[in-house]
Write a protein that binds this ligand. Structure first.
Ligand code: D5M
Ligand code: FE
Ligand code: ZN
Length: 504
């Protein structure tokens, strides 16, 4: 990709390359980007690619098998098709206890998908997002609706809660955030010489924020505007204290196994599985896998050249064999990722019956992406992490980067949403509720996808991005991604301390 760009006199940041490479027709995507940027060469940013790709209609998700039994409603599905068939196994908050163990799964779309892909469904999702996130903010500011601000007399203090509809810059280098609520859109001006301006580069489109400040006096300009003094995010409350388990039981958090790829690290996986049988790993009673069990098929262009197993079901059979090496007493919870054979649009329902059957070893809990998994009182938000690519592409390197994926996770926690920006790389399915809102503050936030190990605490929430079990792929080599592979981060549920074990 970098070479193709160079030929045309361009270079691009990693986010832009990732987005371009993900396009179904790369050449067409390149053409529209070049058109978008005026065709004068130079550095292409992810934002430019996104705008260009948004302007062009997006083709269907790649040729993955559909998920009929999980009620997957892809945005391309006709409204007249049958209603979703529920799956009982993980549909609701089902608790299972053996000895001291306790696993509960919630916020799982599986069997509850109602979206038909109609425009009105998207409206419903966005309304739900707005109402839940604005409620979190209304406790901190007394926001007034856009329509009320329009009718206000000038000069007074005011605040508004809204979804970021657009960000533009003025000729003087200030910013205007168009904030939208259910009554309208109101322009909010952020002056570049104010301390609040430092927050501008972490604001994403479509996220819900609150602003407070002063209304323009309305004398010279007939169109009112809000001068912003402070920006508030839904955020994790400063007072948050995580819950802990009553005993020193531990959970291993992994993701991105990619069985079926030539780069799957057989030896490292075997070392990990053997180690799980040793005394050192005795207290590990849970294994959470945050997506990309298998390499899948047709996920990226030319991916087939690096497939060891070309049949998707055989890939899951091989993955099931790998699971068999894990001690039988370990409770496994897994959610799908973008390489798995479920609908790509998020929230992703869990694996269908056929795949469950194949992976039935261990009686693993199989849930959707995202899911909230509670282990002995400790709540773990599991999300595969496709939106991390987007956050990293949009934000400056010091606020989010592949070398520190936990920083990107912190931004999601701050925004209390798993995929704040709509219409980019993260495909969203319209549902009557927004399953990607981070409703309850999790004690642990577990993601994968970017194949980088990173962890840390954000306001006392432990964030862990778990790396992968796949060596560098051809694509990753071409764009200089150095994956962190064969690490197993293990969290002690009593102390919430993290230990990383290396199986390289
Ligand atoms: O994603 C692994 C990481 O690498 C994630 O940051 C996306 C990026 N990636 C990997 N291959 C590609 C291609 N071909 N195009 C765009 N981005 C890519 P994973 O979900 O494991 O593929
Ligand atoms: Fe992956
Ligand atoms: Zn992934």
């Amino acid at each position: 990709m970098a070479r193709r760009l160079a030929k045309r006199g361009y270079n691009a940041d990693r986010g832009a390359i990732t987005l371009l490479a993900g396009a179904a027709d790369i050449d067409a995507a390149l053409d529209s980007v070049i058109e978008e940027t005026g065709g004068e060469g130079g550095k292409i940013t992810a934002g430019e690619v996104q705008r260009a790709l948004q302007a062009a209609p997006r083709p269907d998700p790649a040729s993955l098998p559909e998920t009929p039994s999980s009620g997957g409603a892809d945005s391309t599905v006709n409204t007249e098709t049958e209603p979703p068939t529920p799956i009982e196994t993980t549909g609701s908050t089902a608790t299972m206890a053996a000895d001291d163990r306790e696993v509960a799964v919630a916020n799982d779309i599986t069997g509850r998908s109602t979206g038909t892909g109609e425009y009105t469904d998207f409206v419903a999702t966005f309304r739900d997002r707005f109402s839940r996130l604005s409620e979190m903010l209304q406790g901190r500011v007394t926001g007034r609706p856009a329509s009320a601000l329009e009718n206000s007399t000038g000069g007074s203090e005011a605040a508004m809660v809204g979804m970021v509809a657009e960000i533009s810059t003025t000729s003087g280098g200030h910013w205007i955030i168009d904030l939208e609520d259910t009554t309208g859109i109101y322009p909010c001006l952020v002056m570049n010489d104010r301390p609040v301006a430092d927050l501008m580069d972490e604001i994403l489109l479509d996220e819900v924020i609150a602003v407070s400040g002063r209304l323009s006096d309305g004398e010279d300009d007939d169109r009112g505007i809000l001068f912003v003094d402070a920006i508030h995010f839904p955020d994790i409350p400063q007072t948050f204290t995580p819950r802990t388990a009553d005993r020193p039981v531990r959970a291993a958090l992994i993701s991105d196994v990619h069985v079926g790829s030539q780069e799957f690290m057989t030896g490292a996986w075997e070392r990990f599985a053997r180690w799980l049988h040793t005394d050192e790993a005795e207290r590990i009673e849970y294994l959470l896998i945050a997506g990309d069990m298998v390499e899948g098929i047709g996920v990226y262009p030319n991916q087939d050249e690096e497939l060891e197993i070309i049949d998707i079901y055989e890939q899951y059979e091989a993955f099931a064999e790998r699971l068999k090496a894990v001690p039988g007493e370990i409770e496994i919870v897994m959610i799908p990722g973008n390489h798995d054979a479920v609908r790509l649009a998020e929230p992703q329902p869990a694996f269908d019956e056929t795949l469950r059957e194949i992976m039935s070893v261990h009686d693993a809990k199989i849930s959707g992406n995202p899911s909230v998994v509670t282990l002995e009182g400790v709540s773990i938000l599991m999300y595969h992490g496709v939106s991390l690519d987007e956050v990293i592409a949009e934000l400056p390197a010091e606020k989010a980067s592949y070398d520190a994926p936990e920083q990107a996770m912190y931004r999601l926690l701050q925004k209390r949403h798993l995929a704040p920006q709509f219409g980019g790389r993260t495909r969203l399915a319209p549902e009557s509720e927004d399953y990607l809102v981070i409703d309850q503050v999790p004690d642990v936030f577990h993601t994968g996808h970017v194949h980088k190990l990173g962890y840390g605490k954000y306001r006392d929430v432990l964030a862990v991005n778990s790396g992968c079990w796949q060596e560098q792929t051809g694509f990753q080599r071409s764009v200089g991604i150095e994956p962190d592979h064969a690490y197993a981060p293990v969290v002690d549920l009593e102390s919430l301390e993290l230990t990383v074990y290396d199986f390289n």
